[in-house]
Design a protein around this ligand. Structure first.
Ligand code: CO
Length: 209
């Protein structure tokens, strides 16, 4: 059996198991989704949203990219965010990084990654903002892991700078924004930053809503 055929075989086993446990499982999810969470995570295969939070299909709306970035020219991210906040009315948006993130590590080098360079530039910007704190740490691993935490914090603040979040905060006092970092070594999530609805940011980023 080819590796991709294994996936299809696994899928049949999984679907049968779901129905055996709960015969209406797929029927309930067929016509609607009502997730309370939007997850903006790293594409890293070791950080799957549902698995590490022990949740089921239907519970988390997911967007993933390299190093869990919130980039204001990224129409993919902005569209997912708008749909999750305005239509699905999620209550929480989670930016989930992970220690040992390869995207963040790459951004801390001077290596040329070609077409990936512009994406990593956004992470380099976070490093530049926090250079003194990061450079003061005494090992490369600690520096990378601190940048990972600070990057999550900056991406949460980038969410607060979007019109989608500012309108939802003004009109519906929702959603709460969270910055989390997942540990590959122990499977545990470290909450590092959060912003309640209505939290003020630097006034230059606040729109008239
Ligand atoms: Co990563």
């Amino acid at each position: 059996m080819d590796v991709f055929e294994q996936l299809l075989a696994n899928n049949k086993v999984w679907a049968a198991k779901k129905v055996a446990e709960d015969k209406d499982f797929f029927k309930r999810l067929q016509n609607q989704q009502a997730p309370k969470f939007l997850w903006i995570g790293c594409s890293d295969s070791r950080v799957p949203a549902n698995e590490i939070t022990n949740t089921e299909p239907g519970e988390i709306f997911v967007h993933r990219n390299v190093a869990n970035m919130v980039v204001h020219t990224d129409m993919n991210l902005l569209t997912v965010l708008e749909y999750a906040v305005k239509i699905l009315k999620v209550e929480h948006v989670l930016v989930v990084g992970h220690y040992g993130c390869g995207g963040v590590k790459a951004a801390m080098t001077n290596q040329n990654f070609g077409i990936i360079n512009p994406w990593l530039k956004h992470i380099k910007d976070v490093y530049r903002l926090h250079r003194d704190e990061i450079d003061a740490l005494d090992s490369e691993d600690k520096q990378v892991d601190r940048l990972i935490e600070l990057n999550v914090q900056e991406q949460v603040m980038n969410l607060a700078k979007t019109i989608t979040i500012q309108e939802a905060w003004a009109k519906e006092q929702r959603p709460h924004l969270h910055g989390w970092v997942y540990g590959l070594k122990d499977g545990l999530i470290n909450p590092v930053f959060d912003m309640a609805p209505g939290t003020h940011i630097d006034p230059i980023y606040e729109f008239d809503v």
